[in-house]
Every structure is written in structure tokens, then in C-alpha cells.
Design a protein around this ligand. Structure first.
Ligand code: MN
Length: 275
């Protein structure tokens, strides 16, 4: 099995060294990671400048650093290695639960893999972890559990310090207070610190609840953000022109129509389209 290991804390992070070490028991590992920290960059891709891809023997014989985002690393790594069976991201220095699912670069690397049709698993642990030796057997057990589950395309894993078992969880979607703390620069000009605090306690069965209980949390995710329940209700209660669209439009768009929309997409995103 060819395992691409990425992260958002940068290629020299102790977390990626631990994950790459554990992954080596399951296949051939290649590390492709940002040359500097990219936490909270989400799934940004670098579309306005070229990227470098440099061998980094200090990390390992098969390690490369990229001057880009975690999503860049996965895309470039998969392209340059040819065939990748799975992308493992992390282990992040800090949990990725709740609203972090939207901002996390760690999870974004796994999501980028899923977009490319490759399985992706993101690993996060508390930032206070100094030595990963105690967590490594648990990371091994996570991979033993997840790797045979071929149907699991995208999983977010959070490991507490001193775990007491592992459970399947859902994402804690809750209201956050978008706390902004004003400060000043040396010249007296205004600056702002961003932070966010959850407003309610974590419900049972969520990832935050799991790590609060010292359980390893494993959340299966999907890329489809559609609100399927609402969509069903809307189509039933507030039908629009679906009937007309079904009657007059072919179920599959013509190549010309598909090409036109793809061109309009490309001019907006200006990004290289991965096949
Ligand atoms: Mn990070």
C-alpha cells in the first residue's frame, strides 16, 4: 500500500514524524508536507504562483517539502508519486473538532485526497502532547481498524492524551461566539486577534464529547454538503420548475453545455483542474 503522509503544522513537526512512523507498518510511506506552518488555512490551493517540491532528507529518505498549503501537498504529492492508495494527515498539534472541521488544514489534506478519489484520514491530538510514544500504539490501532474499511473514504480522528478506548462519533455542530480581541501595534494602529468559543456543552456522541471522556473519536465524513432532508422537504412542499426541467432537459447534459459551464468555473477559480 502506498501511503502519502501530509500535515498542516509543517514537515518538521513531531506529529508528522509520529504518524509516518506508525504508517510504515502498513505500507510504503512518502511524506509531502508544507515547508512552514499552514494551520487554519483550510483547503486553499495555490493558483497564482508556481510551487517548489524539495527532497528533505533530514525528515526521511522519501520526504518532500512544498512551499504551499496542505491541499497543494496532497495534489502535488499524488501527481508526482503516481499512485497513492491513502492519504494520512497529521498528527495535528491540537484537536480538530466542531467548527475546526471547516478551517483545519489537517482535515483539508484528507478532504483534498477524497476530492481526488483517494481515501483520506486526518489525525489530531492535544497540542500539549510532548512525546508521541504513548499515542503511537493507539494510532496503530486506529489504522488497523480503518484501513480494511474500504467504504470509509474520509475520516476525522481525534486522539486524547491517555486514551481509554475508541468510539465512532459525529461532528459537534454548534453555535460559536466569534470572539475578536482588539490590540495595537507598536505604532498604535489597531489590530485584532481572532478566536472562537463554543456556546453550549458538547452533546453525547460527538467528537468533542468523546475526547472530553478520554475516548479516541473517529468521525466518518462525506464531501456532499447538501442538506438532503431539507431538499426532500423543499421538493415536496415548495416545488419549483423541477417537473419542467425533467420533461424538457435530457438527464445528461450535452458535451457543449458541460464544457461551457466548466470554462465558466475555470475563469472564476483560475486554478489548475486536476483530472
Ligand atoms: Mn495545525
Amino acid at each position: 500500500m502506498r501511503i502519502l503522509v501530509c500535515n498542516d503544522d509543517g514537515i518538521y513537526s513531531p506529529g508528522i514524524a509520529a504518524l509516518a512512523d506508525v504508517a510504515a507498518a502498513f505500507g510504503t510511506v512518502q511524506v509531502v508536507a508544507p515547508n512552514a506552518e499552514q494551520s487554519a488555512m483550510g483547503q486553499a490551493i495555490t493558483a497564482s504562483r508556481p510551487l517548489s517540491y524539495r527532497p528533505t532528507p533530514a525528515v526521511g529518505p522519501s520526504a518532500y517539502r512544498v512551499n504551499g498549503t496542505p491541499a497543494d501537498c496532497v495534489t502535488l504529492g499524488a501527481h508526482n508519486w503516481g499512485k497513492v492508495d491513502i492519504v494520512l494527515s497529521g498528527c495535528n498539534l491540537g484537536f480538530n473538532v466542531g467548527n475546526a472541521v471547516w478551517h483545519s488544514g489537517t482535515l483539508a489534506a484528507a478532504k483534498q485526497a477524497a476530492l481526488l478519489g483517494i481515501r483520506g484520514i486526518a489525525f489530531s491530538a492535544p497540542a500539549s502532547v510532548e512525546k508521541y510514544d504513548a499515542l503511537k500504539p493507539w494510532m496503530h490501532r486506529v489504522l488497523e481498524t480503518l484501513l480494511p474499511q474500504q467504504g470509509l473514504k474520509l475520516v476525522n480522528v481525534n486522539l486524547p492524551e491517555e486514551p481509554r478506548g475508541m468510539i465512532w462519533t459525529r461532528i459537534s455542530v454548534r453555535q460559536y461566539e466569534g470572539l475578536i480581541v482588539p490590540t495595537k501595534d507598536p505604532k498604535g494602529r489597531e489590530l485584532y486577534w481572532f478566536s472562537a468559543t463554543p456556546l453550549e456543552a458538547a452533546p453525547e456522541g460527538t467528537e468533542r464529547w468523546a475526547v472530553e471522556q478520554h475516548r479516541i473519536s473517529m468521525s466518518p465524513l462525506c464531501l456532499d454538503l447538501t442538506g438532503h432532508r431539507q431538499l426532500g422537504a423543499l421538493r415536496a412542499d415548495h416545488p419549483l420548475d423541477e417537473e419542467l426541467a425533467r420533461t424538457v432537459s435530457p438527464p445528461k447534459s450535452s458535451p457543449e453545455a458541460a464544457k461551457k459551464v466548466a470554462q465558466e468555473e475555470a475563469s472564476a477559480a483560475a486554478g489548475p483542474q486536476h483530472p
